[in-house]
Design a protein around this ligand. Structure first.
Ligand SMILES: NC(=O)C1=CN([C@@H]2O[C@H](COP(=O)(O)OP(=O)(O)OC[C@H]3O[C@@H](n4cnc5c(N)ncnc54)[C@H](OP(=O)(O)O)[C@@H]3O)[C@@H](O)[C@H]2O)C=CC1
Ligand SMILES: CCCCCC/C=C/C(=O)O
Length: 434
């Protein structure tokens, strides 16, 4: 079992394979959301540090650099070596993740394993990128895929080590170099992973990690003229800012993975107990802080009452508390601000006429926990049915026909994910295709 008291070894910026203080000398606290206590003081990078990191990453990408001269197989070997070191340190990484993010330790152990799997997957792709030969008579045209250069990566706090792996792995696979900014709330696993990358043998400058705040360090990345691409996961609001910054600077490429308000539609032919369990697990894991959570639970009128009764019982039985306790299923929200934002949505739901079937309150008085919450009698005109709450809140809506629920499920600004539960393959296919 992981040592619950792992003390973070790395708290500085990681630039050019060295841990260094921020140019400004500033630091910021990273807080354990289960206790509200400071875990460590972390270097607060800003534009000056991003400039240094980008210069290192640019140098590492130079055509004559050690990194560029590696064959695809050698890049793969480095990635696999990093995987072995993450495997060696998996309990350290998991402990740091749980301290920083608050998710139960078993979830963090699973998350580290999933991050390693993602890196391994991309390690297998390094030598499989081919171009095309295009008949363009009397000529023959050829395309060739090349690494784009220095990539900026800005990630959120909900799955820190996974977000890191999902962004590092494809970039390293094709031979790019990286300047990453982790979320201010969860810098610890990124810094530990950076140390492992150095130990694995990645050349200096290939991976750089700038801890700090979005409007300073994050903005410096998205505005930078020597960054060729920025990959971002987080809110739609910041996604828009990043796209604008990319357009105003050097028209760098942008990929955005943003929020959601995903429907889970449950038809009357299902096993209700199974549906209750699936719907519960579509919302409550990670304290509801998942972009693709199925938070709009559409239930057919014939099973609605039974579904609600059983869902409320399951939600009430969910165990909250110290995420290092192996019996705990749900940790805290990421910080006080998010806790208050979620509680604010509970108030809005009540004021707009939804029925608060269970939960809705802060749990305990230490840390930032919220009771698993279920609203019933929800309708699409309510804000809790339209806006991403990012907390342990399920909204249950009643429906009576396939045609009706397709329109209602699509009646939202977001379009990230959707789920359907039925034993009728025709219904499932029709729903999925529209
Ligand atoms: N799709 C997803 O997986 C996620 C969605 N969200 C949604 O976003 C909401 C708010 O969460 P929040 O943490 O504030 O998410 P943000 O979108 O603000 O943060 C995500 C990342 O972007 C950085 N950032 C913030 N401002 C800028 C900027 N101006 N330029 C560049 N980077 C910036 C953040 O830095 P910093 O750490 O300093 O804030 C963080 O690293 C949540 O309630 C949820 O609805 C949140 C997290 C993940
Ligand atoms: C440990 C793997 C968890 C996968 C969760 C996917 C969610 C992504 C997101 O919220 O952006």
């Amino acid at each position: 079992m992981a040592n619950t008291n792992v003390v973070p070894k790395y708290t500085q910026l990681f630039i050019n394979n060295e841990f260094v203080d921020a140019v400004s000398g500033k630091k910021f606290p990273t807080v354990n959301p289960a206790t509200g206590k400071v875990i460590a003081e972390i270097a607060e990078g800003d534009k000056a540090d991003v400039d240094l990191a980008v210069a290192a990453a640019k140098k590492a990408f130079h055509r004559n650099s050690e990194w560029r001269k590696l064959s695809p197989t050698q890049r793969s070997e480095l990635m696999l070596k990093l995987c072995s070191l993450m495997e060696r340190d998996k309990l350290i990484l998991a402990s740091l993740e749980t301290q920083d993010n608050g998710k139960p330790l078993s979830n963090s152990i699973f998350a580290v394993a999933a991050a390693i799997d993602a890196l391994k997957y991309y390690a297998g792709w390094t030598d499989k990128f081919t171009g095309n030969t295009i008949p363009a008579e009397p000529y023959v045209a050829q395309t060739r895929k090349e690494p784009i250069g220095v990539v900026g990566q800005i990630i959120p706090w909900n799955y820190p080590i996974n977000m890191l792996a999902w962004k590092w792995a494809p970039a390293l696979c094709v031979g790019c170099t990286i300047v990453m900014k982790p979320a201010e709330q969860t810098p610890l696993t990124a810094l530990h992973a950076a140390a492992l990358a150095k130990e694995a043998g990645f050349p200096a400058g290939v991976i750089n990690v700038i801890t700090g705040y979005g409007p300073t360090a994050g903005a410096a990345i998205s505005e930078h003229h020597d960054i060729q691409k920025v990959a971002f996961t987080g809110s739609g609001e910041i996604g828009r800012i990043i796209m604008q910054a990319a357009a105003k600077s050097n028209l760098k490429r942008v990929t955005l993975e943003l929020g959601g308000k995903s429907p889970l539609v449950i038809f009357e032919d299902v096993d209700v107990d199974q549906a209750v369990s699936i719907a519960h697990n579509a919302v409550f894991p990670n304290a509801g802080q998942t972009c693709c959570a199925g938070t709009r639970t559409y239930v057919h009128e014939k099973i609605y009452d039974e579904f609600v009764k059983k869902s409320v019982a399951l939600a009430k039985a969910r165990k909250l508390g110290n995420p290092f306790d192996a019996t705990v299923e749900q940790g805290p929200q990421i910080d006080e601000e998010m806790m208050n934002k979620v509680l604010g949505y509970v108030d809005i739901g009540v004021k707009q006429g939804a029925n608060l079937a269970c939960g809705g309150k802060r749990f305990g008085n230490e840390g930032y926990f919220i009771e698993p919450t279920i609203f019933t009698e929800v309708t699409e005109n309510m804000r809790i049915a339209q806006e991403e709450i990012f907390g342990p809140v399920m909204s249950v809506l009643k429906f009576s026909s396939l045609e009706e629920v397709i329109d209602r499920a699509n009646d939202v600004e977001y379009g990230l994910a959707a789920g359907v539960l039925t034993n009728d393959i025709n219904k499932a296919t029709k729903f999925a295709n529209i």
